[in-house]
Design a binder for this molecule. Sequence first.
Ligand code: NI
Length: 171
Amino acid sequence: MVREIVTYPAEVLTKPTEKVDCVDREIERLVKDMFETMYHAEGVGLAANQIGVPLSVMVIDTSPKEDAPDLKLVLINPEIVSSEGRIKYKEGCLSFPGLSVEVERARKVRVKALNEHGEPVELELEDFPAIVFQHELDHLQGITFIDRLKGWRRRMALEKYRKLQREAQKV
Ligand code: NI
């Protein structure tokens, strides 16, 4: 089922999510809905709190991006084990329709999580998949991409977003 995507400044986007104790049928259904919602919105990553569910679950599918690997992931209770390098990328976010901002993140991350079957997995992501992962991990921790900006860059991004929202309301 395609769910409604929560947009900033909804409170659920600014609070850390809870860890999943048990990967059960309910989580299975949540993951299915998250993929459907993400594909419907033409996104490449989605965090559970973006559909209003405050649990540590993310889905990623980077295959629509031409120069990225065909990678489809479900990560539950994800954590970064180690990271290296830096990379800047102009990111978008389904919770900030129309806004894109350049964010600097680690270029390579080693990640620990549970998969959709509740099994522990460890994997290494680099470049675009690493960027998407870190963006979604931030969501799960109650951090949005504008929180990665400082000073006037952050103020300008917020101002631009408010303007986009006002324009969207007029239509
Ligand atoms: Ni986002």
